[in-house]
Design a protein around this ligand. Structure first.
Ligand code: NDP
Ligand code: HSE
Length: 429
């Protein structure tokens, strides 16, 4: 074993970074044996230098992250600050000064992954980010390496722990939205600004990363259709239960049947209770990968939190250190397929629509006519109501999102339709 240590600069020492430092220290001997050289924490960049950080030598702490990555003797920079800047500049500066990079930053990778990979290639360095998607779950490496000989057609899953925690609590304990969000924040699952979680930006970033790797093409955050879960109500859960379903925030990346394009989307959806994703509780994540030769694979585990995420970061750190000792680099970006990303209107799925309507003769026929005129076939209709008002729940067969959008627009114009209470896609059947 080499005795000269590989030097690691840790950028950020919050929920994830503090756990990375702890595991690096407590497992130092095992890590050295697995890598073939000791790894040494050479510096820790933070915002608040005076904060007490258990297990961290105060002499290593700095607020000058730029100087740390420019030192020239750093082998690997671990970026767990989050956000776009200064993380992006620190990463490119690290490459330029000879370091490889491990990051957990899905927002940055989804937005600028192509440029960051190009910068890594230019300097012959590694850029690894297993922790950026689904916390502890090995997903990037299986997609990039284990399935490199197969053709992935679909990736479907729960990739945000915070929203799964909230939806699970709303469903199973009847907890309110804010109460469940506060608990997820206290447990270290939520992002600094929970808007990224609850409005689906975090899951959309992960979907962009997964789709890009799965389909060997570039999918940017802006290419991902996104709806958050803030408008999911107790009434939606009641409706889902009547259908034998629950509600999850799903990320769905699909290759078109003709193979010529892909789609990526994040939105709440009803899924049958019999579907394995329905049983994914609390902050756990689960992702199905469907590929031509392997068939259906499922990846499941803790999707957020300091220690699980640090596990993925440490796995990358070991891989990058091994590459470094071997004078090699791991796989970079694979975007050769250059497939277009189709708009949401092209997506085909089923829908659950709740309408408030006047309860009088001919209304049901009127509503059914609007669906027929837009080529959307109705599967079931359920009506309940009294005193001249009724609630109609329509579940459709598969139709395009564009056709469903046109249907809903036309329904809103009917005098007899008082309102469209909710529209939810139905997946996983
Ligand atoms: P935290 O907010 O807990 O930690 C951020 C850290 O970065 C803090 O130590 C903070 O310093 C430091 N920091 C912020 N700005 C700067 C700056 N300008 N210069 C130097 N240091 C700075 O975030 P998390 O640990 O939760 O998340 C880190 C990354 O990991 C993010 O990209 C996130 O998306 C990702 N991630 C997080 C998961 C989780 O469950 N939390 C799961 C998977 C990925 P100080 O301590 O002084 O405030
Ligand atoms: N805020 C994210 C989540 C952290 O809740 O899933 C893990 O990426």
């Amino acid at each position: 074993m080499r005795t000269r240590p590989l030097k690691v600069a840790l950028l950020g020492c919050g929920v994830v970074g503090s756990e990375v430092a702890r595991i690096m220290t407590t497992h130092a001997a095992d890590l050295a044996a697995r890598i073939g050289a000791p790894v040494e924490l050479a510096g820790v960049a933070v915002r608040r230098p005076d904060k007490v950080r258990e297990g961290i030598d105060p002499a290593l702490v700095t607020t000058d992250a730029t100087a740390l990555v420019k030192r020239g003797d750093i082998d690997v920079v671990v970026e767990v600050i989050g956000g776009i800047e200064p993380a992006r500049t620190l990463i490119t500066t690290a490459f330029a000064h000879g370091a490889s990079v491990v990051s957990a930053n899905k927002a940055l990778i989804a937005q600028d992954g192509a440029a960051l990979h190009a910068a890594a290639d230019e300097h012959g360095k590694d850029l690894y980010y297993e922790a950026a998607v689904a916390g502890a779950i090995p997903l990037i490496r299986p997609l990039r390496e284990s399935l490199a000989g197969d053709k992935v057609n679909r990736v479907l899953g729960i990739v945000n722990g915070t929203t799964n925690f909230i939806l699970d609590a709303m469903d199973t304990t009847g907890a309110g939205y804010q109460e469940a969000l506060d608990e997820a924040t206290a447990l270290g699952y939520a992002e600094a600004d929970p808007t990224a979680d609850v409005e689906g930006f975090d899951a959309a970033a992960k979907a962009a990363i997964l789709a890009g790797i799965a389909f060997h093409t570039r999918v940017r955050l802006d290419d991902v259709y996104r709806e958050g879960m803030t408008e999911v109500t107790a009434a939606d859960f009641a409706s889902a239960k009547e259908m034998g379903c629950t509600i999850k925030l799903l990320a769905i990346c699909e290759r078109a049947a003709d193979g010529g394009s892909v789609t990526a989307r994040v939105h709440p959806a009803m899924i049958p209770l019999s579907h394995p994703l329905a049983g994914v509780r609390e902050a756990y994540n689960a992702v199905f990968v469907e590929s031509e030769a392997a068939g259906q694979l499922m990846f499941y585990g803790p999707g957020a939190g300091g220690s699980p995420t640090a596990s993925a970061v440490l796995g990358d750190l070991v891989a990058v250190c091994r590459n470094r000792l071997g004078g090699a680099t791991g796989p970079g970006e694979s975007a050769y397929a250059a497939l277009p990303v189709s708009p949401m209107g092209d997506v085909v799925t089923r829908y659950h629509i709740s309408l408030d309507v006047a309860d009088k003769p001919g209304v049901l026929a009127q509503v059914a006519t609007v669906f027929a005129e837009h080529g959307v076939s109705i599967d079931t209709v359920r009506q309940s109501g009294k005193d001249g008002e009724a609630s109609l729940v329509v579940v459709t067969h598969r139709a395009s999102d564009a056709a469903l959008g046109g249907t809903v627009e036309a329904l809103r114009k009917l005098d007899t339709v008082r309102g469209v209470a909710s529209i939810m896609r139905v997946e996983g059947e």
